[in-house]
Design a protein around this ligand. Structure first.
Ligand code: AKG
Ligand code: FE2
Length: 603
């Protein structure tokens, strides 16, 4: 649903493999309301002693070393190929120490609260209350961008009932990858494309929407025919997505966010970011039942670094027709006036052929150019990437230079997403000479601004000694930041790091916690390794369930492991036929251990 947020540069500077980690890392997770993490931690049983001993002896868990084979194999190949200043074997073997920082303070400046300066009494339908207003003056804009908070717009008890209902809808929260960051969205839609999907939510909300909510939005935004297009619930729980990178809601003329969780049950929340850089970020306080309303041109995002938060988001279009047709007609007249936000959002529609616009890269470029020239950092970033796309499509001019020009413009303005993209351009030598040191400079700037993938990449750079001297302690720090913000690859890597130790004692509880977080977010290798941990302590049935799911989807390690389980008859009677079926499938994908097992089966 959120195609129209900022774009991420596709990259080939990408590593994903096992490496020696350290078991003595400390995590600042505190667990007042962090239900899930607490449950996970306390629910983890001690691993059997012999497994632990075996692990200490061999440096890897007992049972079947081969069960964790993929990551090891991959690591070996990538290491051989990787250009680096150091190598994995030259990584310091000493215990890396994490710099201790309070959660949430990993990232540049401490968070600021937004304080509304204006307020007035209003009446809408049967509701009398206070409307608080804030405004932003934006460059190149004739209008101000305004936003409003309506304390107690819905009574607290009803917000509480909605929250309890949402908490129970666990299976409805989507783990489909977000179109921008490719990690699970954790959103669920009680109302989608103008239709109710969840009757319980309908009975809780419909009356308020008709009598209070729509009248307010129509009056406030001078838009008589406004209609709700979607209502979604978002959750931010430990171990899952903790951030929504800064963005515009390009598909909605107006957005409203209803607070559900008590602000003292989490830290962080919804913020506005007036400038390109994170330092300008200010967080809203939303009590349950408070409504925050803003238009398409408000740069905002979410970061929750502690506790659990649920929110209810309403997306509103300017007419029922636009809801039905899934279009964004309000941009045309504003773009004609030269409004940079409208130009940017419209350009995205043309770039991706969305919301009723046909795909037209040249039109997209022209609109981005106008917005970028007015200093719109999102447009500059996207234009940089579009020029790359045009180059790759065979344009044959100076597209690559233009690409870097615009990525630099947005990066220098402080925009983290562009900084990451520029770093990747340096790392991959796209449009600039490959320069690992510059790649690190820009990646670090992005990572320090809570760009979760950039933080993960910093971990990779330090671990591999690429552009910086190899430093496993720094690497661990960056992985942790990214993992805590919910980035599955970082969670997986951190889990593996705990699993292996650096010739030290590993921490299997931490390993399992992080691997489970990654696994729940759909990370296949994490799932495989979680299954292995189950198998190691004799929970073969549980392990086989996971392997089977992965094996069905074609994952060769899981096919091998499942084959081995059938072969050994772990937890059941051996079944050579099934064993050979799964081993063959894995072997056909080049899995060596499976091929060997198959050969011994045939002998
Ligand atoms: O969860 C929130 O408070 C808002 C999320 C958001 O910005 C969005 O869904 O577009
Ligand atoms: Fe949003």
């Amino acid at each position: 649903m959120d195609v129209l947020k900022q774009q991420v540069e596709p990259y080939d500077f990408h590593f994903d493999f096992l490496f020696p980690g350290n078991p003595f890392l400390r995590f600042p997770w505190e667990s007042s309301d962090e239900g899930q993490a607490t449950k996970l931690r306390s629910g983890l049983e001690e691993l059997p002693n012999e497994v632990r001993k075996n692990h200490q002896k061999t440096g890897s868990p007992g049972f079947e070393r081969g069960f964790l084979c993929k990551a090891v194999q991959r690591g070996a190949t990538l290491n051989a190929e990787a250009p680096s200043h150091g190598s994995q074997s030259s990584l310091p073997g000493s215990v890396p120490k994490l710099k201790k920082k309070a959660p949430g303070h990993f990232w540049s400046t401490p968070p600021l609260r937004y304080d509304f300066k204006e307020q007035k009494e209003i009446q809408v339908g049967d509701w009398t209350g206070v409307e608080q207003s804030g405004r932003l003056r934006k460059p190149g804009r004739s209008r101000e961008c305004d936003f409003h908070r309506l304390p107690g717009f819905m009574c607290e008890e009803t917000a509480q009932v909605i929250l309890e209902h949402c908490k129970k809808q666990t299976s409805r929260f989507s783990v489909e990858p977000d179109s921008v960051d490719k990690t699970p969205t954790f959103e669920y839609y009680p109302f989608q494309a103008g239709e109710w999907v969840d009757d319980a939510m309908r009975s809780l909300l419909e009356e308020t929407i008709e009598s209070r909510f729509l009248p307010y939005v129509r009056q406030r935004y001078g838009c008589r025919f406004c209609a709700v297009s979607d209502i979604l619930v978002r959750r931010y729980l430990p171990g899952e997505r903790r951030t929504h990178a800064v963005h515009f809601d390009g598909h909605a003329f107006v957005t409203a966010v209803l607070g559900l969780s008590r602000p003292d049950s989490y830290q962080g929340g919804l913020y506005i970011q007036p400038d390109a850089a994170v330092a300008s970020r200010m967080y809203f306080r939303l009590e349950p039942g408070d409504l925050l309303v803003h238009s398409f041109d408000l740069q905002h995002g979410v970061h929750v670094w502690k506790g659990a938060r649920y929110s209810l988001v309403f997306w509103i279009k300017d007419s029922l027709q636009a809801v039905r047709d899934r279009t964004t007609p309000w941009y045309d007249s504003l773009a004609a006036e030269g409004d940079p936000d409208a130009l940017y959002n419209l350009a995205q529609n043309y770039e991706h052929g969305l919301f009723g616009r046909h795909l037209d890269l040249h039109k997209a470029r022209e609109l981005y150019e106008r917005s970028a020239a007015a200093g719109h950092h999102f447009a500059q970033n996207n234009l940089g990437l579009l020029y790359r796309r045009l180059h790759e499509g065979g344009a044959g001019g100076d597209e690559l230079q233009r690409s870097v020009y615009w990525l630099k413009a947005a990066s220098e303005a402080g925009f983290a997403m562009a900084q990451k993209n520029l770093a990747l351009a340096y790392a991959n030598g796209q449009g600039v000479r490959r320069d690992d040191a510059q790649a690190v400079v820009w990646m670090r700037r992005a990572a320090e601004q809570l760009e979760v993938e950039a933080a993960y990449m910093m971990g990779e750079m330090y671990r591999r000694g690429r552009g910086v001297p190899a430093d496993s302690s720094e690497a661990a720090n960056w992985y942790q930041r990214s993992a805590e913000a919910g980035f599955p690859k970082a969670q997986y890597t951190l889990g593996m790091l705990y699993l292996e130790g650096t010739g030290q004692q590993a921490d299997l509880r931490q390993a399992e916690m992080w691997l489970k977080f990654a696994a729940r977010q759909g990370h296949a290798e994490a799932k495989n390794n979680v299954a292995t941990m189950y198998a190691q302590r004799g929970e073969v049935e549980e392990a086989s369930k996971i392997w089977e799911e992965l094996a069905q989807s074609g994952e060769p390690n899981a096919q091998c492991n499942l084959g081995m389980a059938f072969l050994r008859g772990a937890g059941r009677d051996p079944d050579p036929k099934e064993a050979s079926r799964w081993l063959s499938l894995a072997a056909a994908q080049g899995h060596q251990m499976a091929a060997q097992a198959l050969a011994s089966l045939a002998a």
